[in-house]
Design a protein around this ligand. Structure first.
Ligand code: NAP
Length: 498
């Protein structure tokens, strides 16, 4: 059970502690932040509201610990990570329990998130020892006008302190996807978990604590992003920010200093369906891609752009499959569970009502109870409706009928977002041409958008992000190239030459 057994030390009374200098602590603020259970809409947990002074101390400790950690042998760093991964998997159930209560993730998916996170940490450790174990030797005479008089030894060095800020929908997986590459590369790590999902993240951090990482190397400060976010992201002790979330990331990129940024932001992933597509495959992917975890996935299908000639058939098939979705509490493993907050539900409802007023066809009756929104397919959506462009992050999916592939590509590329997209056709040549034309970080052919497997490159164009994730890319992003250049005079070069 959460907060008991090995996790008993991370809670004090009813408030979870924050993690600093290798210890679990109460904030001097005396204040806490409530986490509302999206299903019951009552307070479930409380976390510390950390102060700026506490953030300063966490940053100082991280900076000091990082110096030694960077000199810790790579194989040893990997060993710590493998240990943390094993502990994380061993304690998957209490962590999954938090995900169910904080973010209404269906129970089975919550366990999957924790196991996948353990696998991600292990894979990162393995990948790290390979790619960080390699350097380069360059010789000067490959550039015109030079003799072989200089040798350049280049290797990858850590950046310093990495600040990790994940979103609510994968508070464990999207935290470890930042923590593991940062640590294997020799950086220190400060985590600011999302408020909804903070308690799952604190349990996850405790698994790293139990793995025995050096004191101060990992810190975790809690509090509302709107209150401590700016202080963290503009902190002079931060050498890199890895952020996943919504528009907040755009604001952070404008405020952050001259440091590397990894930003994975929102999306409006289009699903383009051509006339020759396998309609059953399309149907299965629209339902899974659009409605899994109630549409609260960055890579959910967020707009269907379908050729008019097959639209009626697909809409009917999707409606029939949607009728089988189960709707209710996450504890019962329902397909559709309450969305994360009342404000999120209100936002989704606003998009739905705008579309209704402008004449969209509702394939089901719109229904909402508290934060629970019944899955809805909106047909005959037009570009003047907000839902054609905005990201609902809920179980409502617009269908836009198109009369040419070009029209579909045009709609996709007119979006401010450019995360992923997908195209359904039996013609691989057409699929590749469409993929080339779509301005998105990834295009999936005959399958719905998805973030995994976690070692694939993952990136958004335009307002969907900066940089690229995926295990190898994240490790590289959290390092810098260091060169040592020696000229012939030096004995080491003489030795290399000989
Ligand atoms: P969000 O509101 O942007 O919050 C993300 C994180 O930022 C949370 O930890 C939040 O903390 C923190 N935060 C808030 N204000 C801040 C500030 N001023 N400075 C620093 N941090 C601040 O996003 P969300 O609602 O959690 O997640 C949904 C969004 O994430 C969607 O747009 C979705 O598409 C996107 N997403 C993208 C990807 C991807 O890889 N591209 C993956 C998953 C989700 P608090 O919770 O305390 O406010």
């Amino acid at each position: 059970m959460a907060g008991t057994g090995v996790f008993a030390e991370i809670i004090d009374g009813e408030v979870y502690k924050y993690y600093a200098d290798g210890e679990w602590k109460k904030s001097a603020s005396g204040k806490s932040v409530s986490i509302i259970n999206p299903t019951t809409r009552t307070p479930q947990y409380k976390v510390q509201a950390c102060t700026q002074e506490e953030v300063n101390k966490v940053m100082d400790a991280a900076k000091a610990a990082q110096k030694l950690w960077a000199r810790t042998p790579l194989w040893k760093r990997a060993e710590f990570l493998h240990k943390a991964a094993a502990i994380l998997k061993e304690h998957k159930n209490p962590i999954a329990e938090c995900l169910v209560k904080e973010i209404a993730k269906p129970a089975k998916d919550a366990v999957t998130e924790v196991v996948r996170s353990g696998d991600l940490v292990s894979y990162t450790a393995e990948d790290g020892v390979r790619i960080l174990g390699e350097g380069k030797l360059l010789v000067s005479d490959s550039f015109p006008g030079n003799e072989r008089s200089k040798y350049c030894l280049s290797s990858k060095i850590p950046l310093g302190v990495v600040l990790a800020i994940p979103p609510f929908n994968y508070p464990v997986n999207l935290a470890v996807s930042k923590i593991a590459p940062a640590l294997i590369a020799g950086n220190a790590l400060v985590l600011k978990p999302p408020t909804q999902g903070a308690v799952a993240a604190l349990h996850m951090i405790h698994c790293f604590h139990l793995a025995g990482f050096p004191k101060g190397l990992i810190g975790c400060v809690t509090g509302k992003g709107s209150e401590i976010g700016d202080f963290l992201t503009m902190h002079p002790g931060v050498n890199c920010i890895s952020f996943t979330g919504g528009d907040t990331g755009i604001a952070i990129s404008k405020k952050a200093g001259m440091i590397p940024l990894q930003m994975e932001l929102g999306g409006k992933d289009a699903c383009i369906v051509l006339e020759d597509a396998d309609l059953d495959l399309v149907t299965a992917n629209i339902v899974k891609g659009g409605y899994s975890y109630s549409g609260q996935r960055c890579t959910a299908v967020k707009v269907v752009l379908i050729m008019e000639s097959v639209a009626d058939a697909v809409v009917e098939k999707v409606k029939a499959k949607m009728a089988k979705l189960t709707i209710g509490p996450p504890e019962e493993n329902c397909d559709i569970t309450p969305v994360v907050s009342e404000s999120s539900a209100n936002f989704i409802e606003g998009l739905v009502m705008d579309a209704k007023q402008k004449g969209a066809t509702f394939c089901q009756e719109y229904r909402r109870e508290g934060n629970l929104i019944w899955p809805l397919l909106l047909d005959h959506v037009r570009p003047d409706m907000r839902i054609a462009w905005e990201e609902p992050f809920g179980p409502v999916l617009p269908v836009i009928r198109i009369s040419s592939v070009e029209e579909g590509i045009h709609h996709c590329n007119a979006s401010n977002f450019g995360l992923q997209g997908c195209v359904f056709t039996r013609d691989i040549n057409k699929a590749i041409m469409i993929s080339d034309a779509m301005e998105t970080g990834t295009v999936q052919i005959n399958s719905a958008p998805a973030r995994g497997p976690d070692h694939f490159p993952f990136q958004g164009l335009k307002e969907s992000g900066i940089g690229s994730q995926g295990i190898t890319n994240s490790i590289n992003m959290m390092t810098k190239i260091k060169s040592t250049i020696c000229s012939k005079r030096l004995s080491v070069c003489q030795a290399l030459k000989d």
